[in-house]
Design a protein around this ligand. Sequence first.
Ligand code: NAD
Ligand code: GLY
Length: 369
Amino acid sequence: MTDSATVSPALIVDLGDRSYPIYIGAGLLEQPELILRHVAGTHLVIVSNTTVSPLYAEALQARLGESRLTDLVVLPDGEAYKSLETLNTIFDALIETRADRQVTLIALGGGVIGDITGFAAACYQRGVPFIQIPTTLLSQVDSSVGGKTGVNHPRAKNMIGAFYQPQCVIADLATLNTLPDRELSAGLAEVIKYGLLWDTDFLDWIEANLPKLRARDPAALQHAITRSCAIKADIVHQDEREGGLRALLNLGHTFGHAIEAGMGYGRWLHGEAVGAGMCMAADLSHRLGWISAADLARVRRIVVAAGLPTESPAALPLDTLRQLMDSDKKVQNGKLRLVLLHGLGSAVVTDKVPETEILATLRSTQASA
Ligand code: NAD
Ligand code: GLY
């Protein structure tokens, strides 16, 4: 392990005066000074959940508590708790601990904790600083970077939120050692997404290295996380508030979010729904003649090799799935906009897909009962 004074950022998210570093490495959580570099005040509030708290948050609270007043808020675990009700419990805790505008919130957990804590930070006293410490693969490669924060509405994923950037992101690779296999696969969905939408060389690398990634080879994980964050940082730098380009990061998500909401939050993991959603987007792209049958088969092979589903669940009626797709945040003036593939490594946003083709994809990509 290196001294925190010598830990350099792996990347910078370049957003002018809101730029911030991303640190990626094993053992970073054991270096409280790294966090304190990015803290101006004397009061810290760690937000975590019932699973991550005993693994990492209580120890971090003790370390930070040596030099700062450090409170810990422990939320129930699960996507179903990424809600306005849970957000309110964070506000209750902040008010109870007399947190003022100089408080720094620390999101310690997966994407659910990162999204809800970031949104709490954006709202509390009209904005206090926060730090992202992602502990799942999915949150290390995606949700902790780029400043999308928020909670779910019962009928629509991530519908209530804010763009609000953290002070820094600290991805400790050692935390992945305790992650269940199913959650690791869910994170690989977002890694595959970057290759599919942006970078064929990276896609080739992912395809060749999936066995190593699933075996948690440290060097492979470090490369996958660093390259994924670099692609995301590049896109966010060009289009922070999703005026256009950033929508590409939603490849597979219109289908995926509809599966998550339709099945009830938490039954399908976000990454599982994105895995199936990317195969559905690839199927539709193939119907439109934008990718070959061989490319479609390759997408499915990669998703299967990551341990992810390729089809929507048999239990979700197709008319419900189709209706839920209309709650997507990319809908503009009532028109559905989809992220599809124009060849592998190159994604586009389109509102010009005939409804008959969308329905044909939904029919052909549903698992049989
Ligand atoms: P999650 O936060 O629910 O974490 C998955 C599970 O792993 C939870 O049970 C959690 O307690 C547990 N866990 C976390 N770290 C662990 C560790 N080190 N060891 C053992 N268990 C651990 O799910 P996720 O996949 O991290 O995130 C999904 C969420 O992220 C969704 O709500 C999704 O909408 C959101 N998301 C947001 C963005 C964004 O840009 N803001 C991008 C992608 C996804
Ligand atoms: N995960 C999609 C985005 O950050 O824009």
